[in-house]
Ligand binder design. Structure first.
Ligand SMILES: [Zn+2]
Length: 331
């Protein structure tokens, strides 16, 4: 027994010594599972994507992903059509992954974040924004302004640090007034959401908890107003009472952000099914139609907060529908 232990320890020491010389050689020669495991821990795909909107420097900064049963995001889809649409898109039938594509824009000497991201308010795969900012050489106190489209937890979750303080200490946070009144000042009835009662309770509590550190100095805005030159908010209520979408513009260049008008192109654009979490489905549908029509007719570059990373593409108008056309990747 003792002898066996000793030999295992000796082997460990030898492996460590080899690893010191060449970790790769260690993996290949001795222990493939260890290699796979350490690769998964130390390597991940890019969480940042750079592009420009005229003179404005823009970067999609991923906060990771959330997700759930596809039915939640396609509330009126016939069962067979939904599973067939997912199958044709090579997506699993039991879980739809949603990205969290926050956008950093640099304009007028300010760094502005559009959406704060989920943190871990809706699962363990969120909260990656801080590592991705670090990869850009930025710290949370380099962010001057944060504008959220609405106050659902996946858009405000990162505002609170683990110790309860402001996660972005210098940032002025802008939130739509109607959402603030409904979700933060009020005791909202969330029975319209197609999720279990305890999920609704946690959802409501996560909003209040997330915004608590910034509540005393939040700037409340009306959708339709300009936040800073080059960043306009557009009226898009229905998903929540105050949801806005964003237009980033510089010269002739425009970028339209669709916030949560659609969750995933396969179920809300290529197939126009209604997101279950829309509070007022008719108003949300009217906003979707109006804003998608504009995006299609003006051939605008579009960023979807929840679309597959980096979430950039265009709306193609078909006879009675739209199709999502992802943008070409820029190296
Ligand atoms: Zn969302």
């Amino acid at each position: 027994m003792h002898k066996q232990l000793l030999s295992i320890n000796r082997r460990k020491v030898m492996l460590s010594a080899v690893a010191g010389v060449s970790g790769l050689a260690l993996g290949r020669a001795f222990d493939a599972p260890v290699q796979a495991q350490s690769a998964a821990m130390s390597v991940s795909n890019a969480g940042n994507y750079h592009f420009r909107v005229g003179d404005i420097k823009a970067t999609v900064v991923s906060d990771g992903t959330i997700g759930g049963p596809p039915r939640i995001y396609a509330s009126d889809a016939p069962e067979l059509e939904l599973s067939e649409a997912l199958r044709q898109a090579f997506l699993p039938s039991d879980y739809l992954t949603l990205n969290l594509n926050t956008l950093l824009i640099e304009t007028g000497g300010r760094r502005i974040l559009l959406e704060a991201g989920a943190g871990q308010t809706m699962g363990l795969h969120g909260g990656k924004i801080f590592a991705n900012l670090t990869a850009l050489g930025l710290r949370p106190d380099d962010i001057d302004v944060i504008v959220v489209s609405h106050t659902h937890p996946d858009h405000v979750g990162n505002l609170r640090a683990a110790d309860g303080s402001k996660a972005f200490p210098r940032a002025t946070v802008f939130a739509p007034r109607a959402d603030w009144d409904f979700f933060v000042r009020g005791e909202p009835d969330l029975s319209y959401m197609p999720v279990p009662e305890d999920f609704r309770r946690r959802f409501g509590a996560a909003i209040k908890r997330s915004v608590e550190p910034i509540a005393k100095d939040v700037e409340l805005y009306e959708a339709g107003t300009e936040i800073v030159p080059g960043l306009t908010t557009l009226v898009a209520g229905g998903h929540t009472p105050g949801m806005a979408t964003f237009l980033v513009h510089s010269g002739d260049a425009q970028l339209l952000l669709t916030a949560d008008l659609a969750y995933h192109p396969v179920v809300n654009i290529d197939n126009a099914w209604l997101p279950g979490p829309d509070r007022d489905k008719e108003t949300a549908q009217a906003a979707r139609q109006r804003i998608f029509d504009r995006a299609a007719s003006e051939r605008m570059l579009v960023l979807g907060f929840h679309y597959p990373f980096p979430g950039l593409g265009r709306m193609l108008k078909l006879y009675h529908a739209y199709a999502w056309v992802p943008a070409q990747w820029q190296v």
